[in-house]
Ligand binder design. Structure first.
Ligand code: CP
Length: 327
């Protein structure tokens, strides 16, 4: 168990060893049990984290705010449109100052080719841990909750056939950070990962190289297909979710010809029937119901989306406890 995590930034799970991620999981399960038992967990008494949001959030904001309250501390929500960053104050100055007021800074900034750089700049200058609440590249808070949920529900990770599948959506042009994080993380846990998408929705080439390397080192596999039915066939876990065509088209516009030509990329009961009998349906949420997925699937017996969402609380508490607390 790797326990020396106080002060560590949490920007991508790729920078955390498997031993460190295993510690996060162990602490998450312990915190989940204690929450169910009503046992107090005041590991971060009198500690403050600043939560900077450039975009909307339901799960991430509330799991962090509720989580830190349950740990005995205080999370200060910051809508960045009300901060001086909206007048151009740089990440360096914000990081130094907020770091001097409390014990951690957490930030969501999903702007393509800006978000991760902003997080890195905060982390380079703040003397407190910086947590990524989703950027243009990574969503480690979601990734660790997904891994916890898979371990909880499947009791194993080795040789699970997991398919990360692009799906049609019109709600907003979604970042690539959730599928990217899953594509890097799951092969490290021995899973057989398929990434399925219509041409035009590619991940950056370095992601594919890293995912393949992670698979090779950890007895997993990683493959790409442009045939969604192939991805559903015999899958143990399916994760159909939209992401935008950021690599080839940085335009924020949601609807374009490429998107509209791929309406048939949808998780349906018919496709779920191609998967293993005990297949599980996952989605980070919010889901674009009726477009990404049929209601009968997301509300059906194979769906584990609400456990996945609940686990955001327990894993967020574990990340905060280990990086802000401890020795
Ligand atoms: N999955 C997720 O990050 O949800 P929110 O955007 O609501 O935080």
């Amino acid at each position: 168990m790797e326990t020396q995590l106080k002060g560590r930034d949490f920007i991508t799970l790729q920078e955390w060893t498997k031993d460190e991620i295993d510690t996060l999981l162990e602490v998450s399960f312990d915190l989940k049990r204690k929450f169910a038992m009503g046992e107090p967990t005041p590991y971060l008494r009198d500690k403050t984290a600043f939560l900077m949001f450039f975009e909307q959030s339901t799960r991430t904001r509330n799991s962090m705010e509720a989580g830190l309250a349950q740990l005995g501390g205080h999370a200060n929500f910051l809508d960045t449109s009300t901060m001086q960053v909206s007048h151009g104050e740089v990440a360096k100055d914000t990081g130094i100052i907020l770091g001097s007021y409390g014990h951690a800074i957490a930030c969501r900034n999903c702007v393509w080719e800006i978000g991760n750089k902003y997080l890195r700049s905060l982390a380079n200058h703040a003397k407190v841990p910086v947590m990524n609440l989703q950027c243009d590249l990574y969503h480690p808070m979601q990734g660790i909750a997904d891994l916890m949920t898979i371990k909880e529900k499947k009791k194993k990770t080795d040789n699970l056939k997991v398919s990360i599948i692009w799906a049609y959506a019109t709600s907003h042009k979604k970042p690539i950070s959730v599928p990217l994080t899953q594509a890097l993380l799951f092969p490290r846990y021995g899973m057989d990962v398929t990434l399925a998408y219509p041409e035009g929705y590619e991940m950056p080439e370095w992601v594919i190289e890293q995912a393949r390397e992670n698979a090779e080192k950890n007895n997993g596999t990683f493959k790409i297909t442009h045939d969604q039915d192939e991805a559903y066939r015999e899958a143990d876990i399916v994760i159909p979710k939209n992401w935008g065509s950021w690599v080839t088209n940085q335009d924020d516009a949601v609807i374009d010809d490429l998107l509209e030509s791929n309406k048939h990329w949808k998780c349906t009961e018919e496709r779920m029937a191609m998967a293993a009998d005990d297949v599980m349906y996952m989605h980070a949420l919010p889901a674009d119901r009726g477009n990404e997925v049929e209601d009968s699937v997301i509300d059906g017996e194979h769906s584990i989306v609400f456990t996945e969402a609940e686990n955001r609380l327990h894993t967020a508490k574990a990340v905060m406890t280990l990086t802000m607390g401890g020795k």
